[in-house]
Design a protein around this ligand. Structure first.
Ligand code: AHR
Length: 498
């Protein structure tokens, strides 16, 4: 079977906003405690953060990390997490039914993020709280000094403001499970008034308003339209969330699910532009896909867990090879929409539905899904080229005419590098990929990385951390201005040219 791609150096979609390679750490399960933070671990630094985990995070190099939730943020009192640690309260955390010790709070996390070389995308609580707490928190984080909360930050040992640029106005406020769930009108009004106060305090910030929790929500589309009607001129992005699952163990359908992601993005872009037209606005609201991943393996274990523990294992999905393909397909889809998707966060980073796992008394290792995320973040910065694709197709249970090939090509002009990310969805055979490279006449293949595995259910564990890992023996060559590559059946490919 054969697929054709036509590329031209002059035809581009958009520059990639590097925040599309963002991640997410929530106060949930073992993400913070025994994930990034574990003072008694042999690799802990002077602040109690694990260096072994930090090294793995630095490999991925996420440019931005969303924090502190998630559902957690809708019940969070930010004041609990600042000031002397010995004075901080234990709280019953109602989103995940645990005990939050508040040992790690804003200053600890921000300091860690600086060391990790990443920005933070901060969320405010619009569930149990509102304008007042959001204003005070922003003042604490971003105001230089001479006011109550900025001086409190200094008292807590941090002289300079953090200047956090990106702020989320609550989380999944459309979901009935959310603490302080609201109707679209209730949330839209609150988000608007909070946005006005926050931007009044710091006009340099950017705000993300909460969109639907997923494409299947019964209020989808009406929610976006109503919330944007209220907030359009005062916010910068609207959020999207989506998690994929393979309950029926149907690989063809599982791999096709990213088609629905494409449709989801198109729909939200259309709603944003409809409100723009209706308001006769010059402003364009873009998309923040601030939660995405595969999530379902840990559902049963989570149902059995006793409540009110400190940092119990929660949402600890052990990812297999087929999940890595879906993560690769998701990254390809997000990148194809780089003109409107400016921020995206894989949910999450450590232990909780994560590419990185730790054991409390031992090490840390890369899950299968680590690799496509790492490759995309490392080689996917630049400009997305507008490719024309013809590919053989297949039908699955829920999707028709699904391309066997999904690909996106990024041109990094500064480094003079071209990178093709491609997935072959075919369960039976390799796919020949012919790519016409107009304007890249002297380019040659530097590397063809492949992630493939005979066993769709193969996983990495602490004992066997390299069971699923990529190799660089992919087959591709350039002749004239044509690249010919062989994409093995069910494979993630990174073809790098210069
Ligand atoms: O990422 C896990 C959870 O998924 C988040 O807390 C919530 O926002 C979403 O439902």
């Amino acid at each position: 079977k054969k697929a054709n791609v036509y590329l031209d150096r002059n035809f581009t979609v958009s520059e990639v906003d590097e925040r599309i390679f963002g991640s997410f750490i929530e106060h949930l399960g073992r993400a913070v405690y025994t994930g990034i933070y574990q003072p008694d671990h042999q690799t802990a630094d002077e602040n109690g953060f694990r260096e072994d985990v930090l090294e793995l995070i630095k490999e991925i190099d996420p440019p931005i990390i969303r924090y502190p939730g998630g559902n957690f943020v809708s019940g969070y009192n930010w004041e609990d997490g600042v000031g002397p640690v010995e004075d901080r309260p234990n709280r019953l955390e109602l989103a995940w039914r645990t005990v939050e010790t508040n040992e790690v709070g804003t200053n600890e996390f921000m300091q860690w993020a600086e060391k990790a070389g990443t920005d933070v995308m901060m969320a405010v609580n619009l569930g149990t709280r509102g304008i007042d707490a959001a204003r005070n928190y922003l003042e604490y984080c971003n105001h230089p000094g001479g006011s109550y909360y900025s001086d409190l930050r200094k008292e807590h040992g941090r002289e300079e403001p953090y200047n956090i640029k990106t702020w989320c106005l609550g989380n999944e406020m459309d979901g009935p499970w959310q603490i302080g769930h609201k109707t679209a009108d209730e949330y839209g009004r609150l988000a608007l008034e909070t946005a006005k106060v926050m931007k009044g305090l710091d006009p340099d910030i950017e705000l993300v308003v909460s969109g639907s929790s997923n494409r299947q929500m019964p209020t989808f589309a009406d929610w976006e339209a109503t919330v944007l009607e209220h907030t359009y001129e005062h916010i910068d992005y609207i959020s999207l969330h989506q998690y994929f699952r393979n309950d029926e163990d149907d690989i063809k359908n599982f791999l096709a699910q990213t088609e629905s992601l494409d449709d989801f993005i198109h729909s939200v872009v259309s709603i944003c532009d409809y409100i723009k037209a209706k308001k006769n606005s010059d402003k364009t609201v873009n998309l923040s896909f601030d939660e995405w991943n595969v999530w379902y393996h840990s559902d049963d274990a989570d149902k059995k867990r006793e409540p009110w523990q400190v940092a119990p294992p929660q949402l600890e999905d052990i990812y297999n090879f087929e999940d890595a393909l879906v993560v690769g397909l998701t990254l390809i889809t997000l990148l194809k929409h780089a003109d409107r998707v400016k921020i995206a966060n894989q949910a999450q980073l450590v232990n909780v539905i994560a590419p990185i796992m730790t054991s409390e008394d031992g090490g840390s290792w890369r899950q299968t899904i680590f690799y496509p995320y790492y490759h995309a973040s490392k080689f996917g910065r630049g400009t997305v080229l507008d490719s024309r694709v013809t590919s053989p197709t297949y039908d699955s249970k829920d999707f028709k005419d699904v391309d066997l090939l999904d690909q996106v090509t990024i041109f990094d002009e500064d480094k003079d590098e071209l990178t093709i990310f491609a997935v072959n969805r075919d369960t039976e055979s390799a796919l020949e990929l012919d790519t016409q490279l107009n304007g890249f006449e002297d380019y040659q293949v530097v590397e063809h990385i492949v992630l493939e595995n005979e066993d769709l259910k193969a996983v990495n564990t602490e004992e066997n951390p390299n069971n699923v890992k990529p190799h660089s023996n992919g087959s591709s060559e350039v002749k004239g201005n044509k690249l010919t590559a062989e994409l093995p059946k069910l494979s993630w490919n990174v073809i790098r040219l210069t």
